[in-house]
Unconditional design. Structure first.
Length: 355
């Protein structure tokens, strides 16, 4: 690693929120990690400091050209006490793939992992332990060079902030209703859809807003070229159980390579359930619904883990899945994944990292 991480503890600890009031990303812990990049020096000065605002020049490139990436992962407090993280190196590898796509200098993954562990230890008493709660971890990079030239920045901040969270959806593990989006596009192959960058999420806000106004929790995205092939649901990957087999859209350059997605695929194969990554059209899905073979659907992501889909609205037609109830496979996957993450169920894959 080479670089030594310094620690400055806060002199004014915050009051911690009541667990019952936790939502997603509303509260933040006492400390954060920050590290600088300067061309010619590389990444330097890694430090844990009290959580605080940052000062940026109005010309910082992040404001004008969106050169930024982020990640999302979680830490869990187990009944016995140890803090667990779920496949953190997989997230850090993806962070560097996003960096490469956005022309951001790569990070030393071992150094970032050590910083993450130290930061969590400093703020360990912020981790909630109740069922459905966790400590959400948000690493991110922003470009900070103060110049309006359209070129990769020569200065960056890499930061990690922590947030105690409850369930991502107010519905919890109950099914959500989804509006199939046919007008707006999230990403296209060759763009930045497979990188975790802010612009992907900004591009989805309008469709999400309109879906919410129609009474739906999220949108199901179709591809940006043909407007017929299923890609993601909201900011999550999506799975369908059709005729006993589980299918999920194949990674095509515009779909994010989700850590939870990969984990679910491996869990299903571990259970000897057939899984296929393939191109799926909305017409195929409607046909499967009409002939009675579409059994379940669910989204997967770090924030919600598993989000069952109870209804799809496609061009005004409402497709109700599994009677609008959480399906047995969705429940089984959710219970197994969350049980493993919390140390209640044995991890057969070697994914859990214990602090």
């Amino acid at each position: 690693m080479g670089l030594k991480i310094t620690v400055e503890r806060t002199s004014a600890p915050k009051q911690k929120p009541e667990t019952s009031k936790l939502s997603f990303g509303k509260y933040f812990t006492d400390h954060m990690f920050i590290m600088d990049y300067d061309a010619g020096m590389g990444w330097h000065d890694p430090r844990i400091v009290p959580y605080q605002p940052i000062s940026l020049d109005p010309a910082a490139k992040v404001f004008h050209y969106g050169q930024t990436v982020f990640e999302g992962m979680k830490a869990y407090k187990t009944p016995e006490g140890p803090v667990l993280m779920f496949r953190p190196f997989k997230n850090l590898q993806r962070l560097n793939r996003s960096n490469a796509r956005l022309s951001i200098p790569s990070l030393d993954e071992d150094l970032v992992m050590e910083a993450l562990k130290q930061l969590i230890r400093v703020d360990e008493d912020w981790i909630p332990s109740e069922q459905g709660t966790s400590l959400y971890i948000r690493p991110f990079v922003i470009s900070t060079q103060a110049t309006l030239g359209v070129s990769p920045s020569e200065k960056y901040y890499f930061m990690i902030i922590l947030s105690p969270v409850g369930s991502y959806y107010e519905e919890g593990i109950n099914p959500v209703s989804i509006y199939v989006e046919s007008e707006y596009v999230r990403a296209v192959t060759g763009g930045v859809g497979n990188a975790k960058t802010g612009g992907n999420y900004a591009a989805g806000l309008k469709a999400q807003q309109e879906a919410t106004e129609k009474g739906y929790s999220q949108v199901l995205w179709l591809d940006g070229v043909h407007r017929k092939y299923i890609e993601e649901v909201g900011s999550m990957n999506v799975f369908f159980k059709v005729g006993g087999k589980v299918i999920t859209p194949a990674l095509n350059g515009s779909i994010l390579d989700g850590v939870t997605r990969d984990s679910v695929i491996r869990v299903l194969k571990h259970w000897n359930i057939e899984v296929e990554e393939k191109t799926i059209s909305i017409d195929e899905l409607v046909e499967a619904y009409q002939n009675g073979t579409l059994e379940e659907a669910f989204g997967t992501g770090t924030a919600a883990v598993i989000s069952p889909i109870g209804e799809l609205n496609w061009q005004g037609d409402k497709l109700t899945l599994n009677g609008g109830q959480t399906g047995p496979l969705s429940s089984r996957v959710y219970d197994f994944m969350t049980g493993m993450q919390r140390g209640i169920i044995d991890d057969p894959f070697g994914w859990i990292v214990k602090l």
